[in-house]
Design a protein around this ligand. Structure first.
Ligand code: EPU
Length: 450
């Protein structure tokens, strides 16, 4: 969507403490992948707790282009996926999804197993670094696939059945780990993956695949072993909750001095974040009564504390928690340090926060923690945040999903009015966030204020 269209703009009047209740559904970083896994099965799959976000709509379109029937179940948040008539999609139908998401690359393994061929359009996703797919392609080649680069995308083929193999990832990439899982489950023989990512969404994807009939074991030291099987069936699964959206609402409570109960959130996936939240000075309360799980986040007053943070692969602090935390840290007392070690360019969004009155200085050096792979490569990947600073309204253009929600938090915490452009990016990962903001008492309107 053109960021300048009126429907893509939100005018936010800041200064209100957000309080009330919001619900989070299934994780954006699991649900689309479980949908892709359904392609591997011979029967129908049923996925519960599916959020209404644009990443789900994109994967639905791609699955339908390949002959998979995707329908809503009895509950609106249930999807029924039937891959009985999988067929080759026209390259044009696939190309229509170019630049919209990173998920299409995960269709490779399932399509190679089903059809012997996969066409992958140019990928999209958030602009937070180079985001290459070399690990994915190297892994596919190791299974025996042939990769051809074409101007409109990648054509990947499997002249014969893919074979299990040994793969060591240069970095524990989430997407490349998923690529290996979705390919190895039906490959002939055993696959051993070293230096795998073990994010909660990956563990949930492994649970989905195991329900389908796959044999996957997770070992110490980031090793995953997969014994290939000849056939997989459908699954019935309820997605784990979205821990990234949960943290975003937690930071909104912290930055606005509010009190938000996030219904559907669970403590297990949030522990690293909850430690940081408490150290900054936030309070939380977990309700783990089965069927009514929630976490309530609030700030009971007094000065918030500055601290040093470093993002990392799980079980470290997720990079997707970093941006909303940075907004909250503009209100903490003292100097905070944030070292971003997952993406080389995920701190550029702070320039707009500085225009709102924040004091954030970026550095190329690895600050506050261990040296990371970006240290020698001239990327501004460390930040020093001096707080507390009063924020004031500004004109903001959203660069990526998490920065987008973080700009909303900043605009809500600021005095005065902000105009936020490009909000369709937020719809990629936050279901119906406008209704949730209204329920929390936020003062905003669609479009540019008259
Ligand atoms: N990388 C490579 N080569 C590859 C793959 C990755 O160099 O072939 C590098 C990346 O450039 C990056 C690092 O490895 O520096 C980690 O990337 P990873 O593959 O783990 O990320 P991803 O799978 O593309 C998923 C999430 C991201 C989340 C990251 C890290 C989805 C759809 N996306 O991306 O989520 O930040 O893992 O946890 O699952 C978000 O939700 O806002 C988001 C960006």
């Amino acid at each position: 969507m053109d960021p300048s269209t009126a429907s893509d703009v939100l005018t936010v009047h800041g200064g209100t403490a957000l309080s009330g209740e919001v619900r989070v559904r299934g994780a954006k970083n699991l649900v689309p992948k479980a949908m892709v896994a359904a392609l591997l099965g011979h029967g129908t799959s049923v996925l519960h707790n599916v959020p209404d976000i644009s990443d789900v709509r994109i994967v639905t379109g791609l699955l339908e282009a390949h002959g998979v029937s995707v329908t809503r179940g009895a509950d609106p948040d249930t999807l029924v996926l039937d891959p009985a008539s999988v067929e080759r999609a026209s390259d044009a139908a696939v190309e229509a999804h170019a630049g919209t998401s990173r998920i299409p690359v995960l269709f490779c393994g399932p399509l190679l197993h089903r059809l012997g061929r996969a066409f992958i359009p140019d990928l999209g996703g958030c602009k937070i670094g180079d985001r290459p797919i070399d690990f994915h392609l190297d892994a596919l080649r190791a299974f025996g696939a042939v990769v051809e680069k074409r101007p409109e995308g990648l054509l990947i083929s499997a002249p014969e059945r893919l074979r299990g193999t040994h793969i060591r990832l240069p970095y524990p990439s989430v997407g490349a780990t998923e690529q290996v899982l979705l390919t190895a489950v039906l490959a002939e023989g055993v696959t051993e993956l070293s230096n795998a990512a073990t994010e909660p969404e990956i563990v949930d994807l492994i649970a989905v695949l195991q329900k389908m009939g796959a044999i996957i074991s997770v070992h110490n030291d980031r090793v995953v072993r997969i014994i290939g099987v000849d056939r997989l069936d459908g699954f019935t699964h309820r997605s784990l909750p979205d821990r990234l959206e949960t943290a975003s609402w937690a930071c909104a409570a912290l930055a606005t001095g509010g009190d938000i109960r996030v219904v559907g959130a669970q403590q297990g996936e949030m522990m690293t974040f909850l430690n940081v939240f408490r150290r900054i000075g936030g309070d939380f309360e977990v309700d783990d009564t089965p069927g009514q799980e929630s976490i309530r986040f609030w700030h009971s007053g007094g000065q918030m504390r500055a601290l040093a943070l470093e993002t990392d692969v799980h079980p470290g602090l997720s990079t997707d928690w970093q941006q909303p935390l940075v907004v909250a840290l503009t209100q903490a007392n003292g100097l905070s340090i944030v070292h971003e070690t997952v993406y080389e360019q995920r701190l550029g969004f702070t320039e707009a926060l500085n225009r709102m009155g924040a004091q954030i200085q970026l550095y190329r050096e690895c600050l506050g923690g261990s040296a990371c792979r970006f240290g020698q490569r001239n990327f501004q990947h460390s930040a020093v945040i001096s707080g507390p600073t009063k924020l004031h309204g500004a004109e903001l253009t959203i660069p990526d999903l998490r920065a987008g929600f973080s700009y909303l938090i900043a605009a809500l915490a600021a005095q005065g009015t902000s105009t936020v452009h490009g909000i369709s990016l937020i719809h990629r990962g936050y279901e119906d966030f406008e209704a949730k903001l209204s329920a929390l008492g936020a003062d905003f309107e669609m479009g540019v204020a008259g």
